[in-house]
Design a protein around this ligand. Structure first.
Ligand code: SF4
Ligand code: SF4
Length: 404
């Protein structure tokens, strides 16, 4: 054991956590939450450990801890906490905090802290989409005005938004968003692995976890909470809905965005995606309004915005399709513009900076936790020391070695 105890609280972190409503001080470290959590393990113990780290302002230790991402917020720990310290909700707050720290642009931090920034960012991107449809001569309403009366008497989407142009824009947007998310994920990777000696081959042997958790979040199924199965199925359906929609828009747009009121088989995929998105988002919002489960008792603005934007995207997409099939040209063009004024801001703001980013961070954390655990079993002492303490020549008594 280390012979000196040196805790250097990060006061800025404590202030920020308090701003988000994080009340870690209520916790008196009884450990009941960790003992009832069906996902907590000896190697990756939570949520008591994270409550202590947050209480003590040990930001560096928290940044190096995959624990917050291994929690699926079943709420069992909060139900059993004798101090009503809401450990489940505090793990959620830590995930929001970590998301804002991984983002190198700083936008995520601003948006999590301020509704004005979040709405402002969405409004700005929506305004840019509106300008795209109104300003260039060869696109949108101006193209329509000089492309002949035919496009005003029958739906001709290609005379309004040429599919080739939209497709190229979609691909560029997907690449930029993917790049932003990737760079943020790399920062997360650096924090979780910093100072730890991990043999390269372990990154390959554990790769299966990254794929399985990324696709189906199988770890959630191990959660014993009352509503865990329902929440997993709903989340899984939701993911299939927007992955289908995203694929249609980025990969299959030349077929999906038909030029007139005709029909194409890709529409069936569109119907699946929109139905699933409508049903699951209404279901989520309904649960949030009723607040009758631990997971839905507390709601941050981002918890509302994401399902609302997904719902509006699906609804406006259906409207475009109905107007197109019933051959109402101008109404179709206007609905199409509004549809993109909802969908594009949602993607641009939520994917790299908002709630959506957890779909990348959680599988990565589960994967790295597996890699680190495998490395620990190989290390002579059976444990890796804290990277930050080691790198800075400091010694901590690790919180999980103080009380148990
Ligand atoms: S059960 Fe509550 S008081 Fe006990 S360690 Fe967990 S959060 Fe703290
Ligand atoms: S919310 Fe559930 S999964 Fe998360 S720490 Fe609490 S008991 Fe564990």
């Amino acid at each position: 054991m280390a012979d000196a105890l040196m805790v250097q609280p990060d006061l800025e972190f404590i202030r920020e956590a308090a701003k988000d409503g994080g009340d870690f001080k209520k916790c008196y470290q009884c450990g009941i939450c960790t003992s009832v959590c069906s996902l907590s393990t000896e190697e990756n113990s939570f949520p008591r450990r994270q409550m202590l780290l947050a209480q003590w302002g040990m930001k560096d230790e928290l940044m190096a801890d995959p624990g917050p991402w291994l929690c699926f917020y079943c709420g069992d720990c909060s139900k059993h906490c004798p101090r009503q310290a809401n450990p489940g909700e505090n793990m959620m707050k830590l995930r929001r905090y970590l998301t804002s720290q991984y983002d190198w642009t700083g936008l995520s931090r601003l948006m999590y802290r301020s509704a004005a920034w979040e709405f402002g960012a969405l409004a700005l991107v929506a305004a840019l989409v509106w300008m795209l449809f109104t300003l260039p001569r060869n696109f949108g309403f101006r193209l329509l005005s000089h492309s002949g009366p035919q496009a005003l008497s029958t739906v001709m989407l290609n005379k309004f938004a040429p599919v080739e142009t939209v497709h190229v824009a979609d691909i560029i947007m997907a690449l930029l968003l993917g790049l932003l998310l990737l760079t943020n994920a790399m920062r997360m990777f650096r924090h979780l692995t910093r100072g730890k000696t991990i043999p390269l081959r372990l990154y390959f042997t554990e790769l299966r976890q990254l794929i399985v958790q990324g696709l189906v979040q199988l770890r959630w199924r191990a959660c014993k909470g009352n509503e865990a199965a329902k929440n997993w199925i709903r989340h899984f359906l939701l993911v299939t809905g927007y992955v289908t929609m995203f694929s249609l828009v980025v990969l299959f747009l030349p077929w999906f965005q038909v030029r007139n009121s005709s029909f194409h088989w890709t529409s069936f995929l569109g119907y699946y995606a929109t139905t699933v998105l409508l049903v699951t988002t209404v279901w989520i919002l309904w649960d949030r309004m009723r607040k009758n489960s631990e997971m839905h008792r507390f709601s941050h603005l981002s918890d509302w915005l994401f399902p609302i934007l997904l719902f509006l995207t699906a609804l406006s997409g259906i409207l475009v399709n109905v107007l197109r099939i019933t051959n109402q040209p101008m109404a179709t063009y206007v609905a199409y513009t509004i549809h993109l004024m909802i969908a594009v801001p949602m993607l641009v703001v939520e994917v790299p900076f908002g709630k959506w980013a957890h779909l990348a961070y959680r599988p990565l954390a589960i994967y790295l936790a597996g890699v680190i655990q495998a490395a620990q079993t190989l290390s002579p002492s059976g444990a890796l020391r804290s990277g930050h303490a080691q790198a800075e020549g400091r010694e901590y008594i690790r919180p999980d070695s103080i009380i148990f």
